[in-house]
Design a protein around this ligand. Sequence first.
Ligand code: GRG
Length: 291
Amino acid sequence: MIKKKLINNANKIDKYLLNYLNKQKKSFLASPMKYGVISGGKKIRSTIILDAGKLLKVSQKKLLSICAAVECIHSYSLIHDDLPCMDNDTIRRGKPTTHKKYGEATAVLAGNSLLTLAFEIIVSKKNSLNLKQKNEIIELLSNCSGHTGIAGGQELDLRFENKNKNLNQILDMQRKKTGKLFNFCIQSVAIIGNKNNKEKILLGKLGEDIGLLFQLTDDFLDIKGSKKVTGKQIKKDNKKGKATLIRLLGYEKTLRYADKLEKKILLKLKKHGKNAKDLINTLKFIKERNF
Ligand code: GRG
């Protein structure tokens, strides 16, 4: 059931992105960009956005451009994360990483171009958001992607390798590296749904907690997952001395931490009644997933 929903959503966003890119002028980078963003990956962030649309009663039509933009940023981060100067990975989504297929320089440029494409999609006249919403969404997406978000989290991740870091330092790094984009996924829907400032912040924090839970499962999968099912190299964190909660607390205690975090998120979601049904199902997948 959830797998069907993920595939359906992924197909919709892939179609949107393909259509968008195909209408642009041709370039040598279009092919590595498509390789990095289309036909691959769970597109879980898009599913969170569409579930949040149901939670806050915002129509899907208004959200597809936001999904496409988020997937561009996410894929950009993966392309760069896999580079030899970062995590040096050769397999992603069950196929060679973008730099393995196209070379390092092209992978850097394709990543950069996906970053700028995300903002181009948001400002596009083709989407039905008003100017105030576009401004607010651009400000939030910049904040969640740059040095106060994903890029800043990645810098901490690299600096923390083989160092003893405490719980708060690790959580701060994981919230930035992974949680912030999930914060954006729900907060952007709150912006489009014209929620007040307090509600927007709270909904963003809820997204960030979901992102943290997603990262914790990613860390579990690095230990107990399968390369075939995840489509990427596993058992890397320990070798690289990555600062994870598992390294600090051990597997069992981290599992209990994740259980508590899931319960905290569920409690908040249940306040929304039946509108939260889809997001609750996605949350269960996030906690129990094997890919
Ligand atoms: C500023 C966007 C940006 C990037 C530069 C390289 C970098 C800084 C950041 C990397 C951040 C990173 C790789 C975080 C890990 C998040 C994570 C758990 C990724 C796996 O996501 P999935 O499972 O992947 O959703 P799929 O393949 O399904 O899309």
